[in-house]
Design a protein around this ligand. Structure first.
Ligand code: WTA
Length: 631
């Protein structure tokens, strides 16, 4: 499976284009299948209908756990680093993890969960989160992990969309010096979730929680009732493995669906090749398991590879801004995978807390989630990698299951701000607005894919038509990523950011429409328009233009802003809070009533000199008013 030279990369790439089925069939042979597949691929992008490894039977946890027991049963699978560095961490060997996953799988079974049932997981970054995820996979239940920063309303929406039967949560979570109540948020969510029959609560913070008789049960007590004997459920390659909700440009978040076989093969293949993983290495991905990066590169990819994966509960700045480097030295991390927003925020603290660390265990550095700017790239390279660790800038999406465009560490020549070249099996194409291919190098356009890879999403839960509309209808015959992209003279790809109404705030995907809907729920708000603007640390900040029925003035302005933030926090969660709010009396609309976001974006960026053609606006005077009041 491992590519070791640039020549091998080129050969593999060519083969993956000439004969994709043969290419992936060979790779898939490195996994444990209960029954081999009979046909490698069947697909069309029109319905869409995509199936990999048809007829193949497997269980992903046998690949992540059981098959490692003989050779590396006593090697650490998970190293858990708690929020508080003075609290003892936990190291779980493959044998221990296998044991705990089986036990918790039996807890789920005991509570009525059967193959195909959906289980919502809303937990802190503790080993039990990975255990809960794998326990679902063990028995063929579909996990839907909801990031711990989402509100009760967001949890309820996700639970209801997937009709989850069970919720797994904890009393609370620690993040930096904060203690966040999780169970009480779940309680609020469950007021409107009739599908939920059981809530399993793990003890973490010992914060008082209400436990509803008949519904709520303790993780620890349940474990006392089960054995560690839990044979894995036999799954079809195309059975659902998980749902992960993500934001798009319209309406509510959609449940991206990944299936067992293709996802396993793709997450693992990309893990081993992009990071050039060597057996025995310690891998530290700083993402939360609530996002796709955590699914693929904390849990499934590393474990299917038999790697040691670090799970960190806390934040990069607690107890101080040297925490990532403490963890790196403490656990001899060999591969570090983090986000540009974290790098930029740590850059701001200077080098004091970097220079007192050794960091000599590091061999490869990764970046993910948003474009990495040149300054951050060099800071990472100079100060963390000491100019001896290759940096892999990995571009991908929740929908892609794994990395699509990235250097292979130490093999592909890197260029700051470029995700460089497509991985084998990935066939990017740039198109113009009309879907016409833009050929050659030194060009830019909308990034699409013309051929499926095993990790591509199969549908959006409960609404296949939405999947078709969102990803496969804009440019017929292509998967549309939503990203703009430049291909330079060397054929290297640089992702320039979303071309739709999706924001990327600190690496979190947030739809402008979602934020607008939340703001519009605030009393007195008549209408709002949300755009992104460049933000030094977050990459993008959220700028909201808000019309209220009574224009606030004086002291009221700040109070009303705070109240609106509270509403957004309640509806979506703190990650969607606007950074700036400007009260306006009107929005720049065309005669047909469409908001001209281009103008709002320019003003939010502070670039009011060149607003382009405003003559088609219903009321051009609105623009001057907005310009004058810009914050
Ligand atoms: C953006 C995260 C530039 C992109 C794995 C994409 C990136 C969205 C990069 C997906 C990168 C991710 N360079 N942009 N290396 N990685 N993005 O679904 O806009 O949370 O469409 O998946 O993040 O975000 P998601």
């Amino acid at each position: 499976m491992r590519i070791r030279t640039f020549d091998e990369y080129q050969t593999a790439y060519q083969k993956s284009v000439d004969d994709p089925e043969e290419f992936w069939a060979e790779i898939a042979q490195n996994f444990q299948w209960r029954k081999p597949w009979t046909k490698t691929l069947q697909w069309n992008f029109s319905e869409p209908n995509i199936k990999w490894f048809i007829g193949g039977k497997l269980n992903i946890t046998e690949n992540c756990l059981d098959r490692h027991l003989i050779e590396r049963g006593d090697q650490p699978a998970i190293i858990w680093e708690p929020n508080d560095p003075n609290e003892a961490g936990v190291t779980l060997t493959y044998r221990m993890l296998h044991d705990q996953v089986c036990r918790f799988a039996n807890v789920l079974k005991r509570n009525g969960v059967v193959k195909g049932d959906r289980v919502c997981i809303y937990m802190p970054m503790v080993p039990e989160l990975a255990i809960a995820v794998l326990a679902c996979a063990r028995i063929g239940a579909v996990h839907s992990v909801v990031f711990g920063g989402f509100s009760a309303q967001s949890i309820a929406d996700r639970i209801n969309d997937a009709q989850c039967k069970v919720v797994v949560t904890a009393d609370g979570s620690y993040r930096g010096n904060k203690e966040i109540p999780l169970k009480s948020t779940v309680d609020d969510a469950l007021i409107g979730c009739p599908s939920v029959q059981k809530v399993i609560v793990m003890t973490r913070t010992r914060t008082p929680v209400s436990m509803l008789k008949g519904r709520d049960i303790w993780w620890e007590q349940e474990l006392k009732q089960v054995t560690a004997d839990c044979p894995a459920e036999e799954m079809d390659a195309e059975d659902m493995l998980f749902i992960l909700y993500t934001s798009g440009s319209t309406g509510k978040p959609k449940g991206v669906v990944h299936t067992c076989g293709g996802y396993m093969v793709y997450a693992t293949y990309t893990f081993q090749n992009v990071f050039q993983y060597e057996p025995g290495q310690v891998f530290f991905c700083t993402a939360d398991i609530g996002w796709i990066t955590g699914h693929s590169y904390i849990v499934y990819g590393p474990l299917a590879s038999g790697a040691t994966s670090v799970i960190f509960e806390g934040v990069p700045t607690y107890p101080d801004c040297g925490r990532f480097w403490d963890i790196t030295d403490k656990h001899n991390v060999n591969i570090l995978y983090t986000a540009p927003t974290a790098i930029r925020s740590l850059m701001g603290f200077g080098l004091d807390k970097v220079e007192n660390h050794d960091l000599s265990s590091l061999q490869v550095l990764g970046s993910v989630g948003e474009p990495i700017n040149e300054e951050a790239w060099h800071w990472y390279d100079d100060n963390i990698g000491k100019n001896r660790c290759p940096i892999v800038d990995t571009w991908w999406q929740t929908e892609t299951g794994g990395i699509l465009i990235s250097p292979l560490a130490g093999i592909t020549k890197t260029k700051p701000t470029f995700a460089t070249l497509p991985l084998p099996g990935v066939q990017p194409i740039l198109v113009d607005e009309n879907g016409k291919e833009i050929e050659g190098n030194g060009v830019s356009g909308n990034l699409c894919m013309k051929f499926p890879w095993p990790g591509i999403l199969r549908t959006t839960y409960g609404d296949h038509e939405r999947c078709r509309q969102t990803y496969f209808a804009t440019y017929p015959g292509l998967y549309f990523t939503g990203d703009g992209c430049l291909r330079d003279e060397d054929g290297y790809y640089r992702i320039t950011g979303r071309v739709d109404d999706v924001l990327n705030v600190s690496g979190h995907r947030i739809g402008t429409a979602e934020v607008e809907n939340a703001i519009n729920m605030h009393t007195g708000v008549v209408e709002s328009a949300v755009v992104g603007y460049p933000h030094d640390i977050k990459g993008q900040g959220i700028y909201a233009y808000v019309i209220t029925d009574q224009q606030p003035d004086g002291h009221d302005v700040e109070l009303t802003k705070r109240d609106i933030l509270a509403t957004v926090t309640r509806v979506i969660g703190p990650i969607a809070k606007p950074d700036k709010i400007q009260f306006v009396t009107g929005l720049p609309k065309t005669r047909s009533g469409k908001i001209m976001r281009r103008i709002l974006r320019k003003i939010a960026e502070g670039d009011t000199s060149n607003l382009g053609d405003t003559s088609t606006l219903l009321d051009p005077a609105v623009v001057d008013e907005i310009k004058a009041g810009a914050t």
